[in-house]
Write a protein that binds this ligand. Structure first.
Ligand SMILES: [Zn+2]
Length: 219
């Protein structure tokens, strides 16, 4: 899926380098390249391709696919629905589907201030998953269980040759019927997936806090 998230840099010289566009690749039309020409292409890819004067590729401090982050936030929204103030930003993001269809937009942004809050939420969750935080064991168990179902759904989609997609709610009939209802043996793997997503949240937040620029999501 074409989901994307990014934080722009705030450098004064945030200007694309000349000849840095994808269509500016040297020798693009040649089928055979000499070793020297090959090197020239490699240097262009490393130093010039999509590069900005300030040294940030595409003028971005941080960017990437936010699929796992969104999945985790959706799970958090389901698990903490009775405590809407606990992980406010996670839950808002977890509702991206309905928010987008309500506003007819396919983007969401978090301000740098919201990123600061979001980072605190991520840190709280990381500490809790490492059993050093304040989230109850019961809630953690639910979170892992929901994430486990999401992961099964994603795997099923991969097997079917579909792109990784959202289930839209963990109580999906197909999933409940197909998956074993035993609690996953693969707890550790799911915790690992959660922790990786939380580390990604941390990186987006750190970039936003550093630049004062929002985190932009494109769905
Ligand atoms: Zn920059």
């Amino acid at each position: 899926m074409g989901k994307w998230a990014q934080v722009r840099c705030h450098c004064p010289n945030r200007i694309a380098l000349p000849k840095s566009g994808l269509s500016d690749r040297p020798f693009a039309r040649r089928r055979h390249l000499t070793a020297a020409q090959q090197r020239e292409v490699e240097v262009w890819e490393r130093d010039t391709k999509l590069m900005y004067e300030c040294g940030h590729r595409e003028g971005m401090l941080f960017q990437g696919w936010p699929g796992k982050i969104l999945e985790l936030c959706e799970a958090i929204r389901l698990v903490f629905i009775d405590e809407p103030d606990t992980f406010e930003i996670c839950m808002r993001l977890g509702a991206w589907r309905s928010a987008c269809s309500a506003s007819m937009e396919e983007t969401m942004t978090l301000s740098a201030e919201e990123a600061e809050l979001w980072q605190l939420e991520a840190q709280e969750l990381i500490a809790s998953l490492e059993l050093k935080g304040s989230v109850s064991f019961a809630k953690l168990r639910s979170l892992i269980s929901v994430m486990w179902r999401f992961e099964i759904a994603a795997e099923m989609n991969v097997q079917r040759g579909l792109e990784q997609t959202w289930l839209g709610g963990y109580s999906s009939l197909a999933l409940m019927k197909s998956g074993s209802e035993e609690f996953p043996d693969s707890n550790e793997k799911i915790v690992e997936i959660c922790l990786l997503a939380l580390e990604d949240i941390n990186k987006f937040c750190a970039a936003s806090i550093a630049s004062g620029k929002p985190i932009e999501f494109y769905f």
